[in-house]
Every structure is written in C-alpha cells, then in structure tokens.
Write a protein that binds this ligand. Sequence first.
Ligand code: DLL
Length: 449
Amino acid sequence: MGAVTMEQLGRLGSAQTGAYLHPDIETLPRERLAALQLERLQDTVANAWAHVPLHRRRLDAAGARPGEIRSLDDLQRLPFTLKTDLRDEYPFGLFARPVEQLARLHASSGTTGKPTVVGYTGPDLSNWADLMARSMYGAGARPGDVVHNAYGYGLFTGGLGAHYGAERLGAVVVPMSGGATERQVTLIMDFKARVLCATPSYALAIAEVAEQQGVDLRRSSLRVGVFGAEPWSQAMRSEIEQRLGLKAVDIYGLSEILGPGVACECEAQAGLHGWEDHFLFEVLDPETQAPVPEGVAGELVITTLTKQALPMLRYRTRDITRWTTERCACGRTHGRILRIAGRSDDMLIIRGVNVYPSQVEAVLVGQPDIAPHYQLVVGREGHLDHVTVEVEAAPGVADDRFDAIAHGVVRHIKSMIGITTDVVVKRPGEIPRSQGKAVRVRDLRPKEV
Ligand code: DLL
C-alpha cells in the first residue's frame, strides 16, 4: 500500500468520529428523500388548509386542496406566500396553532411599518435545534467544543437558534450576543473557544479589535466559524479565515421559514446543503416564476415540510441563488444552494448593469492599501442610479495617497464589474462597524410614493 496522504488521513479521521450527525437522513438516497417530501408536503398542505384561512382561500382557488396533492410536481400549483402576507396578517394570522399552544415568538424589526412575527411549537423548536446541530456538526463543530455565540440574542433568530443548536449538539455554549467586542476577544481566548458563531462582518470586527489589542487570534483555539445572516463574498471568506485562523463556513436561514439552519455548508465549503427532509427548495425566474434549470441563478422559494405553528407554502425569499443536486464530496445527498448573491430588493441597476453589493465587495476585499470595510451610497442622477463606493484606507496608509488609491479602485471596479462609480477613501475606522448584519448600502434615492 502506498503512503497515505494528509488528505486521506483527514477523511479517515472524520469517518472514525462519524462524518454526519444524522447519517441516515443526511445520506438518504434522493428517491427516498422525495417520497418523504411528498408525504410531508401533503401533511403541510393539510395543516395550512385546515387552520389558516388565507391559505385555505388560496388553495381552494388554485384547485390544490389537501387531497389534490399527489406528486411533488403538484407543488407548482400551490400559491406563493409573500412577506407582505405576514405583514397583512400581523401578528398571528398565518399561524396554524392558537397562540397559547406555541412555545416561542420571534420577530424581525423591519425597516417599514410592522414587524414580521413568527411562531414555533415545542416540536418546531426541537426540529430547529436538530437542524442547527446538524449544520454545526457538518461545519466541523463537535460535542464538548466551546462555542462562542456572538449572534444577537433576542427577537432576532440568530442568537437563540445557534444557542439551542449548539446545546443539542452537546457543545458548551458561551451566550455572548453581539457587542462589547473587546470582551468578546478576551473570552474567546480565556474560555478557549473552538467555534465562533457570528455574522461575517462582525467576525471581521472581532478580528480587528483583537489586532488592536495585540491578540493574535490565529494562535487561538478557534478552528471553525459558522457565519451567515448576510451576503458575503469568497474574498471576504479568505480574509476572515486568514485573520482568525479558522475554517469559515456559510450558514443560511430566514425567520419566516425557521431561522438559521435552513441550509449550511459542510467542510467541503462548496455550497450550502439545504435540509430537504424539512424544506422543499425551488429556484424560479423572478419575473416569470418558472423554474430555472439547476445551476442557473434565480429567486429561492421555500416550502416548509414539518413546521406546525407556521407552515409556509412557496415562500418567496427574494434571495438570489443557484441550486445543485450534484453529489458533494462529503457524501450528503441533500442538494446545495450556492452562495447567496444578495436579495433582489438590494440589486442596483447602474446604467443597465445589475449589481449586488457583494460583487463590489469581492472586488474590494484583498486590495492593497484598503481595509475590508465599505459602504455603497446610492443616489439618483436624473433617471439613473449612481453609486459612490466608500472604502477605508488600511491602517498606516498616508492621507496623501488617498487620491491615487481611489483612482485605482475606480479602475478595478470598472474592469471587474463594468460599472463606473465614484470612490471615496476614508480614514481607518471611519466606516461604521457592524455588531450584527452590516449596513452595506445607504440609499439616498428619493422614495417612490
Ligand atoms: O438572518 C437568520 C440567520 C441567522 C441566518 C444567523 C444565518 C445565521 P433574518 O433576520 O430573517 O434571519 O434574515 C433573513 O438574511 O432572507 C437573506 O437575505 C439573509 N441571509 C441569511 N443568511 C445568509 C447567508 C436570519 N448565509 C435574510 N448569505 C435572508 C446571504 C443571508 N444572505
């Protein structure tokens, strides 16, 4: 037998410690997964029809009553659910259980008007903890690990979602929440955290504060980062991995469907496994609502399969991604969504070119002389959108070089994305740091009425 490579050793290692948390379901052959999905879809439609007047009206009108769902293709006949439905039915109109039978409520603040309220029964919370535990295990977390949880606690689903997932896994949770960044650094070091949960922008803010404190997190016990809740680029991943000395995986979710743990990358870092035993994923053309072929970008639409309190039928997430069922190196059979490019609501049209903030990020991060912090300021000139990119000089770069740096960035954005922007270079620390979801766009366009 020839020499065993490090890579093979790694694989042997993970096989011995158990490559999956829920091996039977994570590697279930796709035909069996589909059979399970159909059974659960029928239950979900029955639950929504029986208990939610809005769903009953729409299902009746669409000719998709519970007995009429006979194959997964019938999914196409189900009506969509939109974020505005949650607002219109505020607070509990889409719930399929009376509120006294629920175990928890979460809500998103929402920039306009009423918040979006979501509810969970005890079994819903238990499924959520299972999915988060499965996600974190796939990312490389193990029972006994100290998990430093810097997602915000409270109505946001990030903090409590990661918290109960880590507990279900058998890990040791440090319930930090966001903020008090110097203290975060101290506790990561003192408690010997192996896993960090945070938004990618906040992970970077932690790295920056550590560097200012003279702490080298690359030499810390951190090995795994479970980062999500906002779009981030591959360039940002490399930057974070290098500065924190860990493997950074992408985790996706949204409160309307569950919270974090709808989909998560495994150690292969090749897209996020969407947990198909609990959700049905579709990627649709946002204009025509027709399904797009695998690998083609479109809007992610999700149907829940096990939610009791808030069954969701074909929820239009507005998130733009691609779907693949190609076999992953890890052996899981669940399909993958590829990195979320952004939300269709955040897409800018700059002289006819569609641009997401994360594309600009990919161009900026890793450039010499600038730090990985930025904001896009969007204005209107006549009928056209106009963007000023605010970037920040890296520490130690002299002010008299700012103009030259700005010109370089303008050229780089033009050549990589094909759009012309203004670029303003700010001093180190001038771009606001996030403690949760970063604000990447300041929209100064006049509001349409
Ligand atoms: O952000 C849940 C979450 C918490 C996910 C912690 C991951 C980690 P919401 O506040 O309802 O829920 O926001 C959901 O955030 O529709 C996406 O637009 C965006 N989003 C979430 N994860 C990612 C990601 C949580 N990995 C909205 N990449 C979603 C890009 C993401 N965007």
